[in-house]
Design a protein around this ligand. Sequence first.
Ligand SMILES: Cc1cc2nc3c(=O)[nH]c(=O)nc-3n(C[C@H](O)[C@H](O)[C@H](O)COP(=O)(O)OP(=O)(O)OC[C@H]3O[C@@H](n4cnc5c(N)ncnc54)[C@H](O)[C@@H]3O)c2cc1C
Length: 278
Amino acid sequence: MVGSGVTGVEFVHMFSAFGAKVTLIVSRQQVLPQKDPEVAAVLEDDFIKRGVRLFKGARAEGIDLTADAVSVRCDDGRVATGSHVLLCIGSMPNSEGMGLEDLGIELDGGYVVVDHNCRSTLSHVYAAGDLSGKLPLSSVASMQGRKIAEHALGLHAGPHRHLDYEKAASAIFTDPEIADVGLAEADAFAVGRKVRVTKVPFSASAKALINDDPRGFVKIVSDPATGVVLGGSIVGQHAAELISVIALAVTAGLKVIDLAESILVHPALAEALSDAAE
Ligand SMILES: Cc1cc2nc3c(=O)[nH]c(=O)nc-3n(C[C@H](O)[C@H](O)[C@H](O)COP(=O)(O)OP(=O)(O)OC[C@H]3O[C@@H](n4cnc5c(N)ncnc54)[C@H](O)[C@@H]3O)c2cc1C
C-alpha cells in the first residue's frame, strides 16, 4: 500500500484482516499524518501487532513489474515486493472538458468555487460533494445537497445556520476505529490557541474491560475560559458512534459541564466521554 491517509489505512486494515501480508509505505514519520499523533500511535501499534510492515519516511519512487510480482522502489533504497500494489495517494476532480469555465463557473484546481450556500459563480448553478473542494465525505455531500435544496427553494429567507465544515465529524473504519470532530489539539497548538485537553483511556472504562478491548482513549478539547467544547478525538470500539456526542456538543456550543453532568448509562463506553469532560 502506497499512502497512509484515511483510505490507505482502511485498506491496510481490511487486507491484513483477510490474512494478507501488507507493507505500508508512509512518506512521513507517522501514519495518518493529518491526525493527532496519539491517535495515529494506537493504529500503528495495531498494525505492528498484525504483522504489517511499516516503511516510514519513505516515498515511493517507482514501480517495477515482473511476471509474478510487483515491486515498489522507495527513495530511501527500500523495496516492497508483493502480488499487488495499491496506490492511495489522493484524488482529483473530474471536471475537465465539461466547459464549466466557458459558462462563467469559476474553478480552482478543477474544483467548483462555491459560496456558503454551495452556489457557484453562476448564480443558479450549485455544486455539492467532492467537486465543491470542501471536505470529501459522503456526510458532507449529503448535507450540502440538503442546504442547496433549501436555498434553491428560498427557505433561507429567515435565520439559518451556515454549513460549518470545521464541525463535521469523520471516522476511519480500522480496528480500533478512529473518529474526530472540530478543533484538534495539534491544530490549536499550531496557531497558538490556548485549549484545555482532557483524555480518558478506555482501560478506565468498565464496559471496555467487560468487552475485553481496552484499547484507545477519548480526548476532549475545550476552551479553558468558557468551557465550550471545541473538538475531540476517539480511538476505540464504536468510536464512529461515540463521536456523535462530541459532534453535537461542538455544533450546539455545549460546555464540558453539560457532558460531565449528563447521567449516562452504566456500564457504557460513552461514560468515558463524561469522564473526560469531568
Ligand atoms: C475508499 C473510500 C472510502 C470512503 N469512505 C468514506 C466513509 O466511510 N465515509 C464518508 O463519509 N465518506 C467516505 N468516502 C468519501 C466519499 O465517498 C465521497 O466524499 C463521496 O462519495 C462524494 O460524493 P460525490 O457525489 O461528490 O461524488 P461521487 O460519489 O464520486 O459521485 C460522483 C458521481 O458522478 C458521476 N459522474 C462523474 N462525471 C460525470 C459526468 N460528466 N456526467 C454524469 N455523471 C458523472 C460519477 O460516475 C459518480 O457516480 C470514501 C471515499 C473513498 C474513495
